[in-house]
Ligand binder design. Structure first.
Ligand code: HEM
Length: 191
């Protein structure tokens, strides 16, 4: 990768593009309710930080970008979604992983492959999903029984200082199977 993807001797490859603080106020959340759906306009801040690298089983060395996403409802400014996680990149095969947890007692591991990236500073598309039927989602017994997360897919695009994403979380909740809980926003790099 290019020199500006190297920080303190570690090559973050395409993930270096993420590093910084991003804010956006065009968010729209579609979430389940017992009598149907609710739509919540939101704003948010996501901070991405270089977090070193890690070697698994002496075989795979992954570069790590850590993030924290704080989402506030426009109608009352309350934080109604908080998420901490990591993006990982394996330079050996250009595979990526997003793993994260949310404070409902749910944790997700989603993966993808980058394919050819000409210049990530011009455009970078990160696309990850959980494998259908896999056990890459962990949740408390209460959530598994009452509000089960059954799948997750995320597409995040960065063009210079502009970011957009769309993510779909599949939920079994309120007698509905495969409810599409969708979140989308556009953000700008502010730091
Ligand atoms: C910007 C991102 C997100 C926002 C703004 C958001 C917001 C919401 C809202 C408003 C609800 C309805 C219940 C409530 O009012 O608390 C909800 C439910 C839920 N969300 Fe999210 N969510 C986001 C992302 C996610 C992600 C990434 C996951 C997991 C992978 C997730 C898992 C769930 C689950 C399991 C429920 C059902 C819990 C319940 O309603 O009792 N959400 N979310």
């Amino acid at each position: 990768m290019t020199d500006n993807s190297i920080i303190d001797g570690i090559d973050y490859g395409p993930l270096a593009v993420l590093i910084g603080t991003w804010t956006g106020d065009n968010g729209l959340d579609v979430a389940p309710e017992s009598d149907g759906i609710e739509q919540n306009p939101y704003y948010e801040t996501i901070t991405f930080e270089a977090a070193g690298d890690v070697t698994n089983a002496e075989q795979r060395t992954l570069s790590i970008v850590r993030y924290h996403q704080v989402v506030q409802r426009k109608s009352n400014d309350k934080v109604f979604h908080d998420q901490v996680g990591y993006w990982l990149w394996d330079p050996a095969d250009n595979s990526i992983v997003e793993c994260f947890t949310i404070p409902r007692g749910v944790a997700v591991v989603a993966n993808g492959t980058l394919g050819e990236v000409d210049d990530p500073w011009q455009e970078l598309v990160l696309e990850v999903r959980t494998d259908p039927g896999s056990d890459w989602i962990a949740q408390t017994p209460f959530m598994a029984a009452n509000a089960s997360t059954t799948g997750f897919a995320h597409r995040l695009t960065v063009r210079g200082d502009n970011m957009s994403y769309s993510e779909t979380t599949l939920l079994d909740i309120y007698e509905q199977s495969g409810f599409e809980h969708v979140d989308e926003n556009t953000l700008q790099r502010t730091g």
